[in-house]
Design a protein around this ligand. Structure first.
Ligand code: SF4
Length: 94
């Protein structure tokens, strides 16, 4: 059993510009739906389109996820520590 910490990742689609930077950084985590906005996917690759959905990403993928959040033009990718919900990147992480 791995004890690796995980990151909790979500997107506020209201602010998403649909440019796709996040999909380029981490296509196994972010994907467009037919509405042209980005959503997160679960570990099985299922797109989570319900409002406020979040997924969990292994800590070893931190760099791609943090870079995506930093470069996101909509500033709408929220990355938090799964355990204590501390903002890691995105809004509130400064
Ligand atoms: S990088 Fe941000 S604004 Fe661009 S598609 Fe992804 S979530 Fe939307």
């Amino acid at each position: 059993m791995g004890e690796e910490r995980e990151l909790e990742v979500s997107i506020d689609q209201d602010a998403c510009t649909g440019d796709g930077l996040c999909v380029q950084y981490a296509p196994e985590v972010f994907e467009f739906d037919i509405d042209g906005l980005a959503y997160v996917k679960d570990a099985e690759g299922e797109l989570l389109t319900a409002e406020g959905s979040h997924t969990f990403v292994p800590e070893r993928r931190r760099l791609d996820i943090v870079n995506a959040a930093h470069d996101c033009p909509g500033e709408c990718i929220y990355v938090r520590d799964q355990a204590d919900k501390t903002p890691v990147a995105g809004p509130g992480a400064e």
